[in-house]
Design a protein around this ligand. Structure first.
Ligand code: PRX
Length: 653
């Protein structure tokens, strides 16, 4: 068994040619950022970005926490990802697409240029999409999704991708909040060799009053779909006569690039706003540093483009650096748990990036599968989204990585745009389950929220970032107040509000950072954030629900599962409970989607509350875990409820 304390030093051969070769280089970079922060970022931006007009100012903090980077600079992110590569890489594969059923498309940089320009012309000419307009993308994992993103970037429209697993209500909420005028979708796609549908969900989301004027439908599975004349248009038809040349809009460094909605501890999901230059700069830099991608490498991230990982590390980061990125439509365990390893072998994948949940599932379903394939092309393995446990780490390291590939445990968030704390594969001695050190240029610190001082070794503190960084969230779309209260109101360092991630973390004796989990009411299900408030709001839509409290519970595969305590208005016994579970599940599916379905639903007669009416979630979390409540409960409004709930939970498990 690999112990958490064990240290894995970088492979010497790998380090020799790595972009950052040793810890001295790392410390030099980090110290240079500390000494001259603006100089560090200004130099990086000059070197990495093909500016249309150079920036005149590096960082403007005069309205902090609203910050501006690279003022005066003009660029176009689609040009950064495509046009600038044409001279040297036009025949290089930009995207290798593998469909669910094994169909493969290789899209070169020149192909990508043409597809994106045609798409951009379509949006401009047929859909009247202009700079600054919001475009919702509700798409499967097909190349057209990437074209759509880049087409928006090319014409200065702001895209907002909604994960294809979200329901019509969730889609409607996001459309309304973003006031989007266009939705780009597909009839559907394939999962496990069977068609599934997306367009009907869009139809439902647009029922009634909506800001959306037009819907563009990409034909993928060619199943029949309903068609609203004058609103719905076929991409495959309209794209035919579009020119493959489209002049790129000249964008300001701080023009918004995209919105991505993510869960918070309260209220509806927040529209995290990322702007152009800072985001693309950091996407590119982290690709080069953290994955150490080289010119002839093939890189594969298994995320969905509906999440930030897919944005930064399937589309924007790899393409900005001119890499070859693999895009996969299917399910990694289908037709069996050898699928990803067969793909690694087929495409000679060099860097493989996935979530611990996926590793746990692949391990459980196909412990011996990796050995059946040639995985010798692999150089770097990555994880993201949640802590990785020692058994999963060990299997990933030994069976997938052959003991030779460094595992980069990348800690970051939708709001951070790119990696924040992560090993560098050629430099950092790695400890399993530990995100290790802040990346160069990132002033990530674990702080004691009471004092704003660095936390002591072994003490849990708050994971903060004490200086702005280029790829940081710029605003919660349309809600400046929420931006401040969500990120800049919990921790102060030297009297100044600093960015708080919502995560707890801890230093070890080497200064390494281990993430200990959320400090708020956000649950991490399979590496995806789920707000307890959102799930509660959905459950409350059922007319027979009087009260509900949702908490996270450790789950062997998903990391955390969703546990709901529900008080019914009329409790009529077990037979009805089964029916109520079904009804509530249907409501959750409709309001949010399958990803929010509860792992446990327990009907109780009341919830533990303080005398002022606050629900004691901490107690509910302990009971959900099956542990005994030892804390003082005498101050509760009704202390006896704790034992009643605990015995109900026990009888259900
Ligand atoms: O709690 C942290 C966890 O995932 C949260 C961010 O979720 P999201 O915005 O959906 O982005 C996920 C992909 C970047 C964080 O607040 N998290 C992310 N990476 C790690 C992690 N927890 C532990 N270790 C990680 N490497």
């Amino acid at each position: 068994m690999i112990e958490k304390k064990q240290v894995f030093k970088p492979n010497k051969e790998f380090a020799k040619v790595a972009n950052i070769k040793n810890m001295c280089e790392y410390y030099e970079l980090q110290e240079s950022a500390m000494e001259d922060y603006e100089g560090f970022w200004g130099d990086a931006a000059k070197e990495k970005i093909d500016w249309i007009e150079p920036f005149t100012d590096v960082l403007d903090e005069s309205k902090a926490p609203f910050v501006k980077w690279f003022g005066g600079g003009k660029l176009n992110v689609a040009q950064q990802c495509i046009d600038r590569h044409l001279e040297t890489r036009k025949n290089k594969a930009a995207i290798i697409f593998e469909g669910d059923r094994g169909d493969i498309q290789t899209i070169t940089y020149l192909d990508l240029y043409k597809h994106v320009n045609r798409f951009a012309n379509l949006l401009k000419e047929d859909f009247d999409v202009k700079r600054g307009d919001r475009v919702i993308i509700y798409m499967p994992m097909i190349p057209e999704a990437a074209y759509a993103m880049l087409a928006c970037a090319r014409i200065g429209a702001i895209h907002s991708i909604v994960f294809g697993g979200f329901s019509s209500e969730a889609l409607r909420d996001r459309i309304e909040d973003a006031e989007a005028k266009v939705v780009i979708t597909a009839d559907g796609a394939y999962r496990k060799e069977r068609p599934y549908m997306l367009k009907p969900v869009v139809d439902e989301a647009l029922e009634g009053k909506t800001p959306v004027k037009k819907v563009l439908v990409v034909e993928r599975n060619n199943e029949d779909v309903a068609w609203v004349a004058g609103r719905d248009y076929s991409y495959n038809e309209l794209i035919k006569d579009k020119s493959s040349v489209c002049e790129a809009e000249v964008m300001d460094a701080e023009d918004p690039l995209f919105l991505l909605y993510t869960s918070g501890s309260t209220g509806k999901p927040k529209g995290v706003q990322h702007n152009s230059a800072g985001y693309i700069l950091w996407a590119q830099m982290t690709m080069e540093w953290v994955f150490d991608v080289k010119e002839n490498d093939t890189y594969w991230c298994t995320a969905d483009i509906g999440w930030i990982t897919g944005h930064t590390y399937i589309v924007y980061g790899p393409l900005a650096m001119g890499a070859t990125t693999v895009m996969f439509e299917g399910v990694i365990t289908f037709p069996d748990a050898g699928r990803p390893w067969a793909m690694v072998e087929d495409h000679r994948v060099n860097q493989f990036y996935t979530a611990p949940t996926a590793i746990r599932v692949l391990h459980k379903m196909g412990e011996d599968e990796p050995a059946k394939y040639d995985l010798s092309s692999l150089k770097v393995l990555g994880t993201v989204g949640e802590p990785i446990d020692p058994p999963a780490w060990k299997w990933y390291h030994e069976e997938v990585g052959g003991g030779r590939c460094p595992i980069v445990d990348t800690y970051w968030q939708t709001e951070t745009g790119g990696h924040m704390v992560s090993p560098l594969p050629g430099a950092t001695p790695i400890k399993p389950g530990c995100a290790t050190l802040p990346l160069p240029g990132i002033m990530a610190e674990v702080l004691d929220p009471a004092t704003g001082e660095k936390s002591e070794v072994g003490e849990t503190g708050y994971m903060c970032v004490t200086r702005p960084w280029p790829a940081q969230i710029r605003n919660v779309w349309g809600d400046e107040e929420r931006y401040i209260t969500s990120y800049y109101s919990d921790v102060k360092k030297d009297g100044r509000a600093v960015y708080f991630t919502g995560d707890g973390a801890m230093y070890d004796e080497d200064g390494y950072i281990t993430i200990t989990g959320r400090t708020d009411d956000v649950i991490n299900v399979s590496g995806h954030r789920m707000g307890t408030a959102e799930v509660e709001a959905a459950i409350k839509k059922h007319s027979n629900v009087a009260e509900v409290a949702v908490v996270g519970k450790p789950h062997p595969l998903k990391g955390e599962g969703i546990f709901a305590y529900i008080v019914l208005k009329e409790d009529e016994g077990l037979a009805d409970e089964v029916e109520e579970v079904r009804t509530i599940n249907n409501i959750i599916k409709k309001e949010i989607g399958n990803i929010a379905l509860c792992d446990d639903m327990v009907f109780v007669s009341g919830l533990p509350k303080t005398r002022s009416g606050k629900i004691m979630r901490r107690i509910l979390r302990i009971i959900a875990k099956g542990e005994v409540v030892t804390q003082d409960i005498s101050t509760l409004e009704d202390p006896s409820i704790v034992a009643t709930i605990a015995s109900k939970v026990q009888s259900c498990s």
